[in-house]
Design a protein around this ligand. Structure first.
Ligand SMILES: NC(=O)c1ccc[n+]([C@@H]2O[C@H](COP(=O)([O-])OP(=O)(O)OC[C@H]3O[C@@H](n4cnc5c(N)ncnc54)[C@H](OP(=O)(O)O)[C@@H]3O)[C@@H](O)[C@H]2O)c1
Length: 263
């Protein structure tokens, strides 16, 4: 079996595992409202202790995560990328735009309630490095066919990408408006935008952004990355809704998880 097919199958298998673990609450990545890994299911004591060890400010951990992934992209694009290739320019636009946006949001938009453990910080760094490495491998390993390497063949993904980024950022701003600053640990009911219909509309727009990228790159492994991200966020949005219904008074019972009216 070719390496790319194996990689794609592995990403999809991982997506099923991670998505199920997040969905069932068996393992919710321990950050934010799920910081306490024993909140619903008892983990072996040693695992639990490891997951809790150390405390880095969540903001620093996120900024570091995205900065490291961006550094990898910068090195690889300066080594292998070409301004003369529309395929390289457009895929680079997404990767630098997506990770640059997340870095700036982590630094200037989100108000974080607390810290993350060393294990969680490492998990975030490795997961994002892995995703970046797979995307870059997919882009540079096989040169684009002449029909793929023209602006008219690629530019149509741009509106989808812009809508996805704008929607994601807008809902991050709504979440920010619910807090007064870092360390504010209150969780409130957001009453604007698509939050009126779904608990995690920002996750929907994140998936939409990765969909636009997968269509742009059009390589099997990047569809695998899209599946992994979508499965993880779908599972997490389910537990987020469950958590909100249990902990926040007056949370509407008719909201969906990620996509208004659908899921
Ligand atoms: N590509 C991927 O695989 C992937 C995976 C995960 C996330 N992401 C990206 O990262 C973004 C953020 O993800 P996330 O999982 O951190 O989202 P999140 O849990 O909804 O948190 C986003 C921010 O809003 C705060 N917040 C959330 N709900 C709140 C409420 N009810 N009241 C007050 N503050 C609230 C959080 O604070 P606390 O941190 O203190 O809870 C955090 O600062 C996503 O939208 C997506 O763009 C990408």
């Amino acid at each position: 079996m070719r390496f790319d097919s194996l990689l794609t199958l592995s990403l999809m298998g991982l997506g099923v595992l991670v998505g199920c673990a997040e969905h069932t609450g068996l393992f919710n990545a321990p950050y934010g409202r799920f910081q306490n890994p024993q909140s619903r299911h008892r983990l072996p004591r040693r695992v639990s202790r490891l997951l809790r060890k150390g405390a880095l400010p969540a903001r620093s951990s996120s900024v570091l995560t995205y900065a490291i992934a961006l550094a990898l992209a910068l090195v690889m694009y300066s080594e292998h990328g070409s301004w003369g290739s529309p395929y390289h320019v457009m895929t680079g636009l997404f990767l630098f735009g997506q990770y640059g946006k997340r870095l700036l949001e982590s630094r200037y938009v989100h108000w974080y309630s607390g810290e993350v453990s060393y294990a969680m910080a490492l998990y975030m760094v490795l997961a994002n490095l892995g995703i970046m490495a797979i995307c870059i491998h997919s882009i540079f390993h096989r040169p684009p066919a002449p029909s793929e390497n023209t602006y008219p063949a690629l530019i149509w993904c741009l509106p989808l990408m812009m809508v996805a980024w704008a929607g994601n950022l807008y809902h991050h701003y709504i979440l920010r408006s619910l807090r007064t600053g870092d360390g504010d640990r209150t969780y409130a009911v957001p009453r604007r935008g698509w939050f009126l219909r779904a608990i995690c509309p920002h996750y929907f727009f994140e998936v939409l952004a990765w969909l636009s990228f997968a269509l742009l790159v059009n390589r099997r492994a990047v569809y695998g990355v899209l599946f992994l991200i979508a499965a993880k966020l779908a599972g997490r949005s389910h537990q987020t809704r469950d958590w909100s219904w249990r902990h926040l008074d007056g949370y509407p019972r008719d909201v969906k998880r990620m996509v208004p009216f659908l899921y």
